[in-house]
Design a protein around this ligand. Sequence first.
Ligand SMILES: Nc1ncnc2c1ncn2[C@@H]1O[C@H](COP(=O)(O)OP(=O)(O)OP(=O)(O)O)[C@@H](O)[C@H]1O
Ligand SMILES: [Mg+2]
Length: 461
Amino acid sequence: MFGLRTKITLTYALLIAIALILLLVFIDQTVSGYFIREKETSLLKQANILADTAAPRMDNLDSIRPTIDRFAKEIPGRILISNQEGYILLDSFRVDDFEGQQLKNKEILGALTGIPTTGTHYLADEGWVIYVAVPILRGDNIIGSVLISTAINDTYTSIQTITEQVLYFSLVILVLVALTSLILAAKISKPIVKLTKATERMAQGELDQQVQVKGKDEIARLSDSFNTMAIKLNQLDETRRAFVADASHELRSPLAAMKALAESLLHNDNTTKEQYREFIQDINTEIDRLTKLVNDLLLLARLDKGKEALNKELTDLDQLLEDLIRKMTPLADKRKITLTYNTDGPILTNIDPDQIYRAVWNLLDNSIKYTPKGGKTSLTLKKQPDNITISVADNGVGIKEKERIFERFSRADKARSRQTGGFGLGLSIVDRITKLHDGTITIESKENQGTTIQLEIPKNS
Ligand SMILES: Nc1ncnc2c1ncn2[C@@H]1O[C@H](COP(=O)(O)OP(=O)(O)OP(=O)(O)O)[C@@H](O)[C@H]1O
Ligand SMILES: [Mg+2]
């Protein structure tokens, strides 16, 4: 409902407002209480002095009238002295004095029970006043009380002034905080708005989005991740496009070859039986090529699903590779290539046997394919402490450009591979299978000297 900006600003303003209100209440309660207690204490002291002065002279109070008057002027306030029944014996106030009257306010009553008593009252004609009454003692007997009353309007006014000042101050702070948080909120929400817009554009298919955000805070980090993600997505999209283009291209050439063969058969009336056989043979070869291509593509699509594509089981890798060598030997023999197998003996591991078989098959197939007649190819299986290595080495033509060799449809030598008939999918399949087994693949190759490709698979993969 509210934007992030409004939310942050409102939250800050609300917090500060609450803090300021609490401060005002605190000042009102504590400071005013403190002032009044201070006043009460000093008045109690004076009242006690007067009580001591009056105690021996209760029968002849006129003798201390000048002292009382001086005190009353100094305080300034009104001083009343009563007997033990509360009848006023002396009043420092000359006009309308209470002398002779019995007073029953709570302060005098309190003092007459022996307890110094104080209280604040609001009087219509004088405003706020404070009453302080103490007992007059002779020995242990209470023989009267001294009451001092004084106006404390001044105190109240100064407290009010302080409160007002704090209030103004608070309002200024509130406005400042609101402004600052507004600016801060704008600063915070700006990159978020940018990110949101970029994400929306991305959702609409414009993948080349980049957000520029300064600094190193969480939002800057989020933007960095967003940018990386956008680049990756963009790359992925390009790879996918290239893949579809490459796949269609590869599909086209066998189809074109078959079409040419079929048409020449159709349009040529004098084709001999041998020619027929030959052409059909060629078409059959192209169909095999196409089938291999489609099967490889389907396999890659399956391997792209991740580990669920694997069916792992406890397998003796040595046995598996031995079978493979047996199957590959006729092909090697046909191409006059010596195929050897070096092994550390049986190794039981948890792998997908079909896929590992396929991977090593691809490596051997390459070695046999890309090694001239009379060459050598060896397969080696080794146990290491933590992992198992399978390497295929040959002394063939070598790979000139190794960088992108594991990418789909990449061939080191386009012209040559067309001849040998590869699609450039074999090594990408090997790479995928190795990675799904948490393994790594390394390649060492020198042009015209040979190639060694090694798979390293963790033992407990
Ligand atoms: N042992 C090797 N010696 C020399 N070149 C190799 C070797 N292995 C692979 N290559 C080069 O790497 C390229 C990619 O190999 P990859 O197995 O991926 O594809 P391919 O053999 O061309 O086709 P496919 O395996 O899909 O039938 C090959 O085209 C070849 O140029
Ligand atoms: Mg290959």
